[in-house]
Design a protein around this ligand. Sequence first.
Ligand code: BGC
Length: 731
Amino acid sequence: MTASVRRSSLALSIASLLLPVMASAATPKQPWMDTSLTPDQRADLVVAQMTQEEKFRIIRADFGQEHDGIAPPEGALGSAGYTPGIERLGIPAIQETDASLGVTRPGADKSGTISLPAGTVTAGSFDPDIAFAGGAMVGGEARGKGFNVLLAGGVNLVRDPRAGRNFEYVGEDPLLAGTMAGHAVRGVQSKKVISTVKHFVLNDLESGRNTLSSDIDPVALRESDLLAFQIAIATGDPGSVMCSYNRLNGKYTCEDEWLLNGVLKGEWGYKGYVMSDWGSVHSAGPSVMAGLDQQSAGEVFDKEVYFDKPLRAAVAKGEVPQSRLDNMARRILRSMFAKGVIDTPVVPSKVHYADDRKVAQRAAEAGIVLLRNQNNVLPIARNTRSIVVIGGHADKGVLSGGGSSAVADVNGSPIEGLDPQGWPGPMRYHPSAPLDTIKSLAKGKVTFDPGTDVDAAAKLAADADVVVVFATQWAAESMDNAHMVLDGKQDALIAAVAKANPRTVVVLETNGPVVMPWLDSVAGVMEAWYPGSGGGAAIGRLLFGEVSPSGRLPITWPKDESQLPRQTIQGGGLGSKEAPASHVDYNIEGADVGYRWFEKRKLQPLFPFGYGLTYTNFAYSDFETTVDASGRPAARFTLRNTGKTEGAEVAQLYVTAPGETSRLAGWRKVWLKPGESRRVEIVADPLTVARFDAKANHWRVAAGTYDVRVGSSATKTEGHADVKLPESVLP
Ligand code: BGC
């Protein structure tokens, strides 16, 4: 994807937002408008009436925005993709936009939208309702802006803290990621907007993503990245799945017959359509016969519009049967019926930004993680005499990641001109300034210092009662960071400030874990990731204990890069001159991603997966395990809030098969008032107990003795027992 394309201005008039509203009532001429029929029946009826030309049109989208001086197609809203409607049949246009965190490039009105916090934050909430609410918020804004397909549902596993799109994804564990992405998709689609899940599959690094082959043993793939998709699809039933840029074991995913026809549509019974990523199609016949149903913006991003002339030729020659072309159109229409975009056509409408900002803020409050809190430096007492806030543009806003998912906030950009300004920039901040909330909550003096002069900042910090230093690390689509470090000289700034005043709290706004050479010298650390349009308010409220921190790490926090499966990322770093790898060997860790890798290698991370502090304490007691009639293990225990404030515990169930590493099998987030206790049960998800049996091609639980453990993180055990499980095969 070229910089110029991504930088294109959107030159459409408001008038183009006023799409024709299609009729949705059944008539003798349009029997498919009968809502009592199934989506399958309705799609069949439409396909039977479509001309060959109409079929060839619906299976490709054009780039929906102006690029390289070429105007967008008529009727397009100025975003990622557009396919004209078929007015005579009552089928509306397809209007596609990015993405998981919010509506990007929102068309002609250019007014901006609201951004959720990073997917890492939503994942860290360990709360499916938060994921659903976020999806519903973005889905509602998409609909309000006139879009009916949202390119959301990013569920690639975080295998490397430096990977550029970690902020779009939902952590390292397949059950957590699949569950949270699935609920986000449900939220989007509750607004009658089709959601994707993406990028199918193993697009886990950005460097060389268009050519790189992700190499992995198929069983390890089933038990890791594919499992995340399997769970997300089963939970969210997305209308579409987006195949990825990369190759999988040498084959482009968008022409991988095993992956698309075999696993997705065959074994999983997926009934929606597969769309390509923008520039991920390399053929007509092979892609179509492998299971790709729709080409995205091929005229801009692929070598050819394969699904036009080349595909027509392939059909004419009989290389692609007519029935397959019909099936492609049918799958697209089926999702349009099933998700309500035909019965309830999008009509641009008022978006309630203030309400939506609250949704984003609540997500941030639920998922930001408190990593360190020495001597109860937090929460900050409101009557603290003097607070010094330093760095990170905390007086203006909070950092956002870059690339196609970057949202322009409806309240504008508080800082302009930050590099890189071209793709995958511009580097954006959302105008939710932590300093504003800190000032509004503090009764004493609050002073801000930009942190650009280390000595001046340290001098100012010396006299304060509490110091809060904001530190950032930018990341973006299409590149990986070369190292897990903060940008610029921020480590030196933090070290100097902490030396001047040990009551220093660091608030991180990063894409992933970073090294913290100054950790022992600071009193507190809070990881806010990219906290979104309500991020500043959320951070301020968490710092003062207006809301209790309840997020947990959805990614293991390594001490440094030496603990990672791959020490370096070839071609990593913005503008790297090094050629990216042509193959990445994911067999190094296989399915032992994240905490499982650390367990296997007996490595101590800096902070484990599932870890996070609160402003209270919890006690576990009366632990017991059970196995139900279908062989599912479960744990029961009593959880008690032993502290003085309300708070949430995220109790995590890990199951370990004989000779294996442990796997997260379930969790419960439980809010308790001081002194309150509750009996909690967590039942294991069978997919996390079973192994994939490649020979028999099914999931099988081997008979044996399994360790069933409840922990407050991947490494802190609160109770465990051995259970005997019988042999079983999952349906
Ligand atoms: C990204 C997708 C995105 C698409 C459309 C691609 O570069 O990989 O996630 O949906 O662009 O903007």
